[in-house]
Design a protein around this ligand. Structure first.
Ligand SMILES: Cc1ncc(COP(=O)(O)O)c(C=O)c1O
Length: 386
């Protein structure tokens, strides 16, 4: 089947957080991480059938749901998940928050690798913990983990948990198996429990690979909890569905309690139907999406190399979020974000959102029709020339 990612689907005034947060229709939003594509047709059909039923009472999560999760990760990623290890909840951020609550005491430290997804910081602080950072190292056009620093920070007895972003938002890395093993060994050595956020795991460019942290062996599986959801890859974020995979029974019990205490234990019927349809039937659509995203990245890279050579991009291995170095502007990333929005009505994310980073960076969301991406790039070039 041929899927259409080129058609522009208007989202203005559809109650879209990304599109309708701007007061001005002319704003081109390339910030929040959702996609401007319709999801897979099989998912739309499953939802239409559910809507036609017309009754939307409280949801029972059926066997088919658990089987869909197990089959998907088993077949696609070689990761065998026991049914009892799966806890469902209303999103990956609620999952992270529940896990932090379950695994820490207020005042303890949670380790993150910066720059990193902004909600990591709020989830840590909202649970009364402190953020400990281990900045990633910039090496050529990419980023690497700083293992010496990680070891030092993990050895601090106040550090109880590490929040891993695998693959990594915003620097676009699909961590290699040996990197994850090394990180896992450090965490095991210092009794630091790993919470792995793998929401971007399905969005990997050709030539790269997503490795579930817990699939690397029994010790890593027992010493970690993994947050997954079809929401990023299938554009279902508004349906609020995610799973936590926890092998260790005691951690699972505590996590389940935390989900209940946070009142995030009830999911909605659409999230359940959409997840089952995505994991059962969504693979061909996902392959086509990843091919389109890879072409978008190649298009952007070529465009930037030709017209914006002083604005290097981090190499994109996974996600649809591109990290651009804008230090040549001589502005802070906040100023740059504001001025781009005012002058060109182009809305990108300032790098400062993702923790302290030296320099000035912007994050581009390139999950849009190519014509829209071109428009965004043209606005950026006009801004730079002005
Ligand atoms: C790394 C990461 N985790 C979690 C989320 C959000 O997850 P949810 O919408 O399921 O709470 C995002 C959204 O961009 C993300 O990039």
């Amino acid at each position: 089947m041929v899927y259409d990612f080129d058609t522009i689907v208007p989202r203005w005034q559809t109650n879209s957080y990304k599109w309708d947060s701007a007061a001005d229709e002319r704003v081109l939003p390339m910030w929040v991480a959702d996609m401007d594509f319709r999801t897979a047709p099989e998912i739309v059909e499953a939802l239409q059938r559910r809507v036609a039923h017309g009754i939307f009472g409280y949801t029972h999560v059926p066997d088919a749901y658990y089987e869909a999760v197990q089959d998907w990760f088993g077949r696609r990623h070689g990761w065998q998940i026991a049914r009892e290890s799966i806890l469902y909840t209303t999103g990956v951020v609620p999952a992270l928050s529940a896990l932090i609550k379950a695994l820490t005491m207020p005042g303890e430290r949670v380790l993150v690798q910066t720059p990193v997804y902004n909600c990591f910081f709020s989830s840590i602080r909202n649970n009364g913990c402190e953020v400990a950072t281990s900045p990633l190292k910039r090496v050529g056009d990419t980023y690497e983990m700083n293992f010496e620093d990680l070891e030092k920070k993990a050895a601090d007895e106040r550090t109880r948990v590490m929040l891993l972003c695998n693959p990594h938002n915003p620097v676009g890395r699909a961590w290699r198996e040996e990197e994850l093993r090394r990180l896992g060994e450090i965490c095991l050595r210092h009794h630091v429990f790993v919470i792995s956020d793998e929401i971007h795991g399905e969005l990997v460019l050709p030539g790269y690979h997503y490795t579930p942290f817990a699939s690397l062996g029994e010790a890593f599986a027992r010493h970690s909890a993994t947050c997954v959801s079809p929401s990023k890859a299938f554009n279902l974020a508004g349906l609020q569905i995610a799973n936590i995979i926890v092998e260790d029974e005691v951690v699972r019990y505590r996590t389940d309690r935390a989900i209940n205490i946070h009142e995030t234990c009830d999911v909605n019927p659409f999230g359940v139907e959409a997840l089952i349809a995505a994991y059962r039937y969504g693979a061909p659509w996902l392959e086509a999406l990843n091919a389109y995203l890879a072409e978008n990245y190649q298009f952007m890279k070529a465009y930037v190399e030709e017209k914006l050579p002083l604005f290097p991009l981090a190499r994109l291995e996974a996600t649809y979020l591109v990290w651009m170095d804008c230090h040549v502007c001589g502005l802070s990333s906040d100023e740059l974000e504001t001025r781009l929005l005012q002058q060109e009505k182009l809305w990108l994310n300032a790098g400062s959102m993702y923790g302290e980073v030296d320099g000035c960076f912007l994050r581009w969301n390139i999950a849009c029709p190519r014509q829209v991406l071109r428009e965004g790039l043209e606005r950026f070039v006009r801004f730079v020339r002005s």
